[in-house]
Structures are given as C-alpha cells and as structure tokens.
Design a protein around this ligand. Structure first.
Ligand SMILES: CC(C)=CCC/C(C)=C/CC/C(C)=C/CC/C(C)=C/CC/C(C)=C/CC/C(C)=C/CC/C(C)=C/COP(=O)(O)OP(=O)(O)O
Ligand SMILES: O=P(O)(O)OC[C@@H](O)CO
Ligand SMILES: [Mg+2]
Length: 231
C-alpha cells in the first residue's frame, strides 16, 4: 500500500540505532502500514543501505525520509522529503532541497517523492536544534502552517513533530479540522497503545519511533489499536 492517504500507522527506524533481527522482524510483520527509515543525526549511506536491505526481506512498504543528501540511495518504495515550515533558517525550508534537486533533478522520479511540511514543536528535540525551529508558537500559528501546507504549497503531508515528547491532542484535533486534502501525520512520544489510540482519533497517521528501541513490546501494541478502528 503506497498511498499515504490510506495509512493509519507507521514505524520510524533510526539508521543510527541498533535493532536485532528478531525485533526488526516484529516491526516489519506487525501490520503497520509502512516502515520509514530516518533520523536527524549521524545518518550515513552505509547505515541507510544496510537497514533498507534488512527491511526489504519483508513485504511492508519501505520509505526513506531524507535528512541529508549523502545518504540518498535508490531502492526504496517512496522518498519523503521534509521541509521545516517553522524553521528560522531557509536552508531547512528550501535551501538544501534546491541543492539536492540540482544534483538529482535529471534522475528524480517525482511519482515516488512526497514532500512533508514539518512543524516541529518539541523545543528539546534534536531536529528542532538542527533546523533552528521556532517552537515558541501557539495553536493559531500551527493551524496557519497547516493551511499554508495544504492551500499554498499543495503538500501531500503535514507533519506535527514532537519527536521524543508526547504532544497536545487538542492541537492535533484543531489542525485536523482545517485539513481537507493534505494527510496529517503525528509523531512524538507515543509509547503505549492508549496514547496511540488517543492521537489516532485526530491524526490520519501516527508515527512511532523511539519506543521501538525503548520498549518494543509496548511499541508493537500501538498497531492493532490504531488499525482496529477501520474494521
Ligand atoms: C539516487 C536517487 C535514488 C535519487 C532519488 C532522488 C531524490 C529522492 C532526491 C531528493 C531530493 C531532495 C529535495 C532532497 C532533500 C534533501 C534534504 C537533506 C533536505 C533537508 C531535510 C530536512 C529539513 C532535514 C532536517 C531534519 C529532519 C526534519 C528530519 C526528519 C526526521 C526526524 C525529525 C527524525 C527524528 O530524529 P531522531 O534522530 O529520531 O530524533 P530524536 O533523537 O529526537 O529521537
Ligand atoms: O521517536 P518518537 O518520539 O516516537 O517520534 C517519532 C517521529 O515523529 C520522529 O521523527
Ligand atoms: Mg528518534
């Protein structure tokens, strides 16, 4: 299933972290809609290639979320390209992207590339520091970014990012109400089935990352509670 509009759940694997074959198998066979490979620091080509090859043993869609140009490699089902809408440094909005398109433009298959409008809200996460994200913003600001993502830039994905911290469900609910076409991703601090269920009431897709490495048993339980809504 390569259409993100039909997804409800994704796991995000960090190429900079160790995961046993046994746990990787559990993640890939969990029933999640996709495995996203990405992280904000020390993402190398070797690690990205290696993890892709390991995930590729399973039929689950495998996505590269690009965080640096050096680690881009063919072989993924889809490529997600983040643009940090609340960054105060244009490099993270369009700057690095322009350099990448200059380098890869001739060979890019735009059908498999989806741009994600990120809004990073946890001041203490690595991605916020890296991209100089302005996290000192209120609900109305976030709603405005969501509207811009959909109505000005026609982005397929708006991503509320609280990496490492469980976020504000009320905010996610408000954002969901203003989006019609753009798919709403939520990621950050989901460690339990209860949290997954709560966020999935509002977000179209919930993303579970760090919990895989911290409590795999609980992380796996986030799939069924989100997907059971469908039946
Ligand atoms: C050869 C081939 C196959 C070519 C394919 C063509 C192609 C796909 C070209 C891409 C062109 C393009 C436009 C690329 C973009 C280049 C780029 C590097 C843009 C910048 C992206 C960006 C804004 C990165 C900032 C970091 C960020 C937002 C990362 C997202 C993921 C994230 C927040 C992960 C959380 O990180 P983690 O490390 O887990 O953090 P914690 O410690 O908090 O857990
Ligand atoms: O690692 P966590 O906190 O689950 O966040 C998931 C994802 O949104 C990170 O980009
Ligand atoms: Mg992480």
């Amino acid at each position: 299933m390569y259409d993100v509009r039909e997804w409800r759940h994704a796991f995000k694997l960090d190429p900079n972290k160790e995961l046993s074959d046994e746990d990787l198998e559990k993640v890939c066979e969990s029933g999640t809609d996709a495995v996203i490979i990405g992280g904000s620091d020390n993402v190398t080509l070797d690690d990205t290639l290696n993890l892709m090859a390991r995930v590729r043993r399973y039929p689950v869609p495998c996505v590269l979320e690009i965080s640096n140009i050096e680690a881009i490699t063919p072989g993924y089902d889809l490529y997600f390209v983040p643009t940090v809408l609340n960054s105060q440094d244009t490099a993270w909005i369009t700057g690095i992207h322009q350099k990448a398109v200059k380098e890869f433009g001739e060979i890019m298959n735009w059908e498999e590339i989806l741009v994600e409008g990120y809004c990073i809200l946890n001041h203490d996460c690595k991605a916020a520091a890296l991209t100089s994200a302005d996290t000192n913003i209120d609900e109305d600001d976030v709603v405005a970014y969501a509207r811009m993502a959909e109505r000005m830039f026609h982005l397929p994905i708006f991503y509320i990012e609280y990496s490492g911290m469980y976020g504000d469900t009320q905010l996610v609910e408000r954002v969901k109400h203003v989006l019609e076409k753009t798919t709403l991703f939520y990621g950050g601090g989901i460690h339990t089935a209860k949290q997954a269920k709560e966020m999935a009431k509002f977000a179209d897709v919930i993303v579970v990352g760090n919990a895989i490495y911290e409590d795999i048993k609980e992380a796996l339980k986030t799939v069924a509670v989100v997907k059971e809504k469908e039946s």
